[in-house]
Unconditional design. Structure first.
Ligand code: PLP
Length: 399
């Protein structure tokens, strides 16, 4: 019997049906673009939670660190452990809340840095920590109404933590709720509350203080006075804009492309129904292509009869219900299409491109959710070489 060489066969199968391409050159280009907005003393935290917004956390983290980011942000402890197990040594902030003694032990063991959101959480940490000093990050709520102690109680919170043994305040941060809005009122109110709270705690913005950070991607673009000591960007790294009116500030390149192969081509007659429920019925002779990707891969079923894909550089309408593993395209305008040809669902082919924003607009959601929606069944295939520019090293050596 022939033996099956598992490792090489799985590698070969990566592009057999459907896959996600991650362009490392685009990723490092985007890092460079973000750094160009920042002063040399401001650090870049690359937010790589949710498997780097679906791009693959380890590859993304390695590339952004080579390109000039100095911190990583994750949502959960297992996300941090995955990076440590891959040998990544950069400081990692866990943005989510953690409480239990098991979690605290894991934080210490893996040298992760937790976010403390309440006095109670600080007390639990102080009692459970075994190391002499654990760097911790305090979260203030300045208007997001999510994690953190209200900015009005910052003084008591900071005083309490300062009095606790074993904890050292590495940063005090907050999070913006509306930074991508055209109207700056709420963002400015949050900034004022943040600064008022820090001043009330006795901090001087020019003197020695823990790191201050407030800006997400939109905040990083719209106003450099939000940068402080560090910015926390997610979406920009991946080459998308938090809002259309922010496009002119930066030249970003989408990092992710989603591709799949044609698995069958056929011609159907007028009146023929396509896919479950016959939500599409051909009104003329139609050449259709079956594509090996479906909602179990992360193509939302609500895009049925709405989305297009790129075939040989041309738009092709998706027709009929998207099924779990497959979907159909109308390719009547593309002669002699062959099984095995590659179709682009998200990305660029020739002069045509389809962005995660296009799907988000069709679905009434945001591009963040589209990126995070691609399932692990799709292999992530790295393409392109990160551009490691001389000035990136110079920039890092300034620190
Ligand atoms: C997710 C997250 C970010 C990054 O947000 P983007 O809009 O993708 O830049 C920054 N800070 C915190 C606390 C987050 O949870």
């Amino acid at each position: 019997m022939l033996s099956w060489d598992q490792s090489s066969s799985i590698a070969l199968m990566q592009r057999e049906r459907a896959w996600v391409e991650i362009d490392l050159a685009a990723l490092s280009h985007n890092v460079q673009q973000i750094l160009s907005l920042m002063s040399a003393k401001t650090e870049l935290m690359a937010v790589v939670k949710a498997d780097a917004y679906g791009h693959g956390a380890v590859t993304v983290a390695q590339t952004v660190l080579q390109s000039g980011a100095t911190w990583l942000g994750v949502a959960t402890i297992p996300e941090g452990i995955e990076l440590r197990e891959a040998g990544i040594e950069a400081p990692i902030l866990v943005l989510g809340a953690t409480h239990t003694s098991e979690q605290i032990r894991a934080i210490e063991h893996w040298h992760l840095q937790p976010t403390l959101c309440t006095p109670k959480q600080a007390l639990v940490y102080s009692e459970s920590v075994r190391r002499a000093t654990l760097p911790i990050h305090l979260k203030l709520d300045t208007g997001m109404s999510r994690l953190g102690t209200s900015w009005e109680n910052a003084v008591e919170f900071v005083q309490l933590v300062k009095g606790l043994p074993n904890l050292s305040i590495a940063s005090i941060y907050s999070h913006l709720a509306t930074a991508e809005d055209l109207d700056p009122t709420i963002r400015q109110q949050q900034q004022q509350r943040y600064e008022t709270a820090l001043r009330a705690c006795g901090y001087d913005f020019n003197g020695k203080h823990p790191r201050f950070h407030l800006a997400n991607s939109a905040g990083t673009i719209v106003d450099s006075s939000l940068h402080y000591d560090m910015v926390r960007t997610g979406l920009l790294l991946y080459g998308l804009y938090p809002a259309d009116h922010l496009r002119s500030y930066l030249d970003l390149r989408p990092v992710m492309q989603v591709k799949a192969r044609v698995t069958q081509v056929k011609t159907i007659q007028p009146g023929t129904g396509v896919s479950y429920g016959y939500r599409f019925i051909a009104d003329r002779e139609t050449q259709i292509a079956v594509i090996g990707i479906g909602y179990a891969d992360g193509v939302p079923r609500n895009l049925s009869n709405q989305m297009t894909a790129l075939v040989r550089g041309q738009q092709a309408k998706q027709i009929g219900s998207i099924t779990m593993d497959q979907l159909m395209l109308d390719v009547s305008h593309i002669p002699a299409l062959q099984e095995g040809e590659v179709v682009t669902l998200l990305g660029q082919d020739g002069n045509e491109k389809i962005l995660a924003d296009d799907w988000a607009n069709l679905l009434g959601t945001i591009s963040w959710e589209i990126l995070c929606g691609f399932k692990h069944r799709l292999p992530r295939v790295a393409v392109g070489k990160p551009l490691i520019k001389r000035e990136m090293f110079d920039r890092r050596s300034l620190r």
